[in-house]
Design a protein around this ligand. Sequence first.
Ligand SMILES: N[C@@H](CCC[C@H](N)C(=O)O)C(=O)O
Length: 276
Amino acid sequence: MEILFTKMHGLGNDFIVIDAVSQQIDLNAEQVRFLADRHFGVGCDQLLLVEKPVSANADFKYRIFNADGGEVPQCGNGARCFARFVQDKGLCDKDEIVVDTDAGQLVLGIGRDGLVKVNMGVPRHDPAQIPLNAPTQLPVYHVEIDGESIAFVAVSMGNPHAVLIVDDVEQAPVASLGKRLECHEVFPQRANIGFMQVIDRSRVKLRVYERGAEETLACGSGACAAAVAGIDQGLLDSQVNVCLPGGELQIAWQGRGCPVLMTGPAVKVFEGRISI
Ligand SMILES: N[C@@H](CCC[C@H](N)C(=O)O)C(=O)O
């Protein structure tokens, strides 16, 4: 079968985006891994499938697959690329797009400045909803790795995140500790691991070791989780510039019970076709 795809990125977090409204496509994990492979396939951190909506009030459904082939419910940078994709392809001309995801509905809009704003929903702190193996909800959790106590904030942005606060993000052991924590037994569905350095009350630096994709140049849901963690801890104000290796995202959050707003770019790189 031959499929048409578009290669896109959000701050270097790269995607294969496939229109599964006009093409009949159902990919298995092995096919996703092949397409995501940077040597034998197209290469991407995540693959996004744009489908018909399941809810009456939604415009589309979009599904997310990590490079390891696993399907996951949330992807912030992917959401922005999805919005740009449906607009560029002429699939939708609305100012505000409502999309079904496995993490619930998202509402997206493209501004006059070309940036995409996404309402990422209300973050969850309840361990059962993250999910996190912890008997009670705490502001900071600890696990022991190689005799060292690692402190982290846990939050769900529709997907599981741990946020570690570090002094120097450039020196943080993102690959080694990220991998250990991603698969730690405390996270029954694994987790995305963010390493955040607070610069001042409105600016942080962040690197994220993503579940199913290793370290990426940017993670949108990770940026939201980091901002939420910092605001909730009283370290940050409600508008935060998150500087990732691939660029900056603006995150706004007014506190518990409120949705997180994320603003950032979405860029098309090229289109292609490939046999699977
Ligand atoms: N890059 C994404 C997150 C993609 C999914 C994540 N790796 C997971 O497994 O939950 C983003 O921009 O949010």
